[in-house]
Design a protein around this ligand. Structure first.
Ligand code: F6P
Length: 379
């Protein structure tokens, strides 16, 4: 087995630096704009640079299971720009280094199937992978590179928490959807004199909650980076009521927690697989109801934030990322991830993207903006 792994690694290493045959995959959860990346990458790689492109369905599944590797031509990506999701499908369980398998009794055993992936790459004479994904996918990208597979990374996540890029595509659409939800909650909150809590995604980063909260005119925003002091939220609701505003809109990032408390989770993480967050809004409602008279209702916006047609910003960013990823392949610049810096598309070493998650600076400009317009941040 060890010799076989070594041979396939050597085979991968000895392939040409500028790949002629690449395989693209969309790893992790989906995000609006993935199809824009696939479309621009396939068009640019094939017609501009003469590179043959394959797509691995459902993240790494296509390189683990048979029958899930498809040839991608410009005609394969026709008409997909306005579509949400990924035409290739996504998977946040197809981790080649901890792939879930089940024994006869149905017990889950995670196995390292990276040798299988190397064999499939060699069998299909694939010179390089283009991996579109978030921090989990970029971690797998680094591990594949250590096995000798040349990789180009494209950052994706609605959470916008990847270091080394100012924005990831998907974030803008998620913030717009969340802002729409805040707008919609305003009228019903006002009619019923209620406190409406809206729980938003973002994992351990509060970017979606903070940006949508500001854009939607929330009264309170709780984010993971600023543990909240409940008494400040109670005071805010009370002060608004005293001033004649008998309702309040409270936006809660899913990773937010009270000072000294723990974040709410739906399931534990395990090696190679992330924990699932959820329940932060309900938890805050439980705490709040002991202190205020208002009726409280909780809305969890959930996966609506990941679905739907991408915004123009996300289509444009996805398109620019795809074109740059094709250029990196054509020029043999492997081990790099495309990124947005200011208005420019650049590339950085994949390792840089993983240096640390990009969290909301608790004294940064965005937080100061929220405070300046009277939003309570719980601290
Ligand atoms: O990372 C993107 C994200 O949507 C997070 O904001 C959220 O916590 C998580 O993925 C949800 O993952 P799943 O689709 O597995 O429920």
């Amino acid at each position: 087995m060890a010799t076989k792994k070594k041979t396939t690694r050597q085979a991968a290493r000895t392939r040409a630096r500028a790949p002629k045959r690449v395989c693209i995959l969309t790893g992790g959860g989906d995000a609006p704009g993935l199809n824009a990346v696939l479309r621009s990458f396939v068009k640019s790689a094939t017609t501009e640079h003469g590179i043959e492109v394959f797509g691995s369905e459902d993240g790494f599944e296509g390189l683990i299971q048979s029958g899930k590797l498809v040839k991608l031509k410009p005609t394969s990506v026709r008409g997909i720009l306005p579509r949400g999701g990924s035409i290739l499908g996504c998977s946040n369980t197809a981790n080649p280094f901890a792939y879930p398998t089940y024994d006869k009794r149905g017990r889950r055993r995670d196995r390292d199937v990276s040798t299988q992936v190397l064999e499939r790459i060699a069998a299909h004479e694939i010179d390089a992978l283009v991996m579109v994904g978030g921090d989990g996918t970029m971690t797998h990208a680094q591990a594949m590179m250590r096995l000798g597979v040349p990789v180009v990374g494209v950052p994706k996540t609605i959470d916008n928490d990847l270091a080394a890029t100012d924005y990831t595509f998907g974030f803008d659409t998620a913030v717009s959807t969340a802002t729409w939800a805040i707008d919609a909650l305003h009228s019903t909150a006002e009619s019923h004199d209620r406190v409406m809590i809206l729980e938003l995604m973002g994992r351990y980063a509060g970017w979606i909650a903070l940006c949508a909260g500001i854009a939607g005119g929330a009264d309170v925003i709780a984010i993971p980076e600023i543990p909240y002091d409940l008494s400040r939220i109670v005071d805010k609701v009370q002060k608004r009521a005293d001033a004649g505003s008998t309702f309040s809109i409270v936006v809660v990032g899913e990773g937010a927690a009270p000072a000294g408390g723990r974040k709410a989770t739906l399931s534990k993480g395990r090696r190679g697989h992330l924990e699932r967050l959820g329940g932060a809004g309900a938890h805050m409602a439980e705490l709040l109801k002991r202190h205020i008279q208002h009726d409280i209702r909780v809305t969890v916006l959930g996966h609506l934030q990941r679905g739907g047609s991408p915004s123009a910003f996300d289509r444009l960013l996805g398109t620019r990322f795809g074109v740059e990823a094709a250029r990196l392949c054509a020029t043999g610049k492997m081990g790099r991830m495309v990124a947005l810096r200011g208005n420019d598309i650049v590339s950085v070493p994949i390792a840089q993207a993983l240096a640390a998650p990009k969290l909301v600076p608790s004294t940064g400009q965005m937080v100061q903006t929220a405070r300046a317009v009277g939003i309570e941040l719980g601290q």
